[in-house]
Design a protein. Structure first.
Length: 369
């Protein structure tokens, strides 16, 4: 954890100051392992392999950390781990996304879904954030809500090269590839819930969340939470699943896309609630069966392995929540939160880049109040 991150983070409960206790530091003097202490709340938050973990509920990770640093923690028995119950659905969101991203993160996979990091740079430059070069003021601080496997953050650091980037996720796979990401001079990685962020409100030039907030119990509540962290005059980019995407295609291919949509509607609630062992076996079997077919249709076939097929299937069928929204609905969220829409994602640029239709609802708002 780069020491300068301390200037930006605060206690997610009371927004108070955090005091570090360092158990191990790297050659630059940055905290490698240790805790961050909030005295008024009498809480401690672990920092492991350079990644601070601001969850307000306890996980197996806390138990492992406690075992690993038992002697150092003895001095801090007057402060405790947070022990609130997880928010609605939050433990399930954490479990399924940790399972989804762990194999990709562990092996530092080349692909994020079907995209290489170069594809992601182009995607951000031309489709999601095409408005950035037109701004008079430089974007210097960005909060990335939901960093998944981490490659999106690397791509963003190339597109937003004037900005420091703080990437958050609730999935614990981040602990595997986070240290690699943090080697980049402008990137910080934090594990936390988007509903209890360890930052001061109105403190970022840009908050960016692509394909993330619809995987929470309420997309609107997630939107309301993250929208508070943009400074006045700053920007909020959000992309969520679209309500009518499965209705757009006509003919045979349209019929198949609607069958796939129904398969998801029927099976995702069952699979997301199944025991982990069953889920892993299910995705492995279906992955082996479908891999040859998937391989025929994906970009970057040379880099695509069965691991990518299984990852795609997990992303489709394992999240507890996958809400869909209309453009008007999302526009209203922005407007009611004091934003003016300044940009809508570029469907034409997407098709030019990837020879496919763009789906979902993506836009940027500037915060007026
Ligand atoms: Zn506190």
């Amino acid at each position: 954890m780069k020491n300068r991150l301390l200037e930006r983070i605060c206690c997610p409960k009371c927004n108070g100051h955090l005091t570090p206790a360092v158990f191990a530091s790297d050659t630059d003097g940055n905290i490698q392992d240790g805790i961050l202490v909030c005295r008024p709340c009498a809480l401690r938050f672990p920092v492991a392999n350079g990644i601070p973990v601001f969850l307000l509920f306890r996980t197996g990770f806390h138990a492992e950390f406690e075992k690993r640093f038992q002697s150092q923690l003895a001095e801090y028995s007057n402060v405790r781990w947070p022990s609130e119950p997880p928010g609605p659905g939050e433990a399930e969101v954490q479990d399924t996304f940790t399972e989804e991203w762990e194999p990709i993160a562990r092996d530092d996979d080349d692909l994020t879904f079907t995209y290489t990091t170069d594809d992601l740079v182009k995607l951000n430059r031309s489709v999601w954030l095409k408005w950035v070069p037109n701004q008079e003021t430089e974007i210097q601080s960005t909060l990335v809500v939901g960093c998944g496997g981490g490659k999106e953050v690397l791509a963003l650091s190339k597109v937003l090269d004037t900005s420091e980037i703080i990437a958050i996720d609730i999935n614990l796979a981040v602990l595997q590839n986070g240290p690699r990401l943090q080697k980049e001079p402008g990137i910080h990685v934090v594990v936390c819930s988007l509903f209890s962020l360890p930052f001061r409100e109105s403190s970022f030039d840009l908050v960016y969340s692509q394909g993330v907030i619809h995987h929470n119990v309420s997309t609107k509540a997630a939107f309301d939470s993250i929208s508070r962290y943009v400074r006045r005059g700053g920007f909020l980019f959000v992309w969520v699943y679209g309500l009518d995407d499965h209705l757009v295609l006509k003919g045979g291919i349209g019929f198949l896309s609607r069958v796939a949509w129904w398969v998801e509607k029927i099976f995702r609630p069952i699979i997301s609630r199944s025991p982990r062992g069953f889920r892993e076996l299910f995705f492995w079997i279906i992955g082996v069966i479908l891999h040859p077919l998937v391989l025929l249709r994906v970009r970057n076939q040379k880099s695509w392995t069965i691991k990518n097929t299984i990852h795609g299937l997990k992303d489709w069928l394992s999240p507890r929540y996958a809400h869909e929204h209309s453009f008007n609905e999302v526009i209203e969220w922005y407007e009611r939160s004091g934003y003016q829409i300044i940009d809508v994602h570029s469907a034409a640029a997407y098709r030019d880049l990837f020879q496919k239709r763009l789906w979902g609802v993506g836009m940027t708002g500037a915060r007026l109040s």
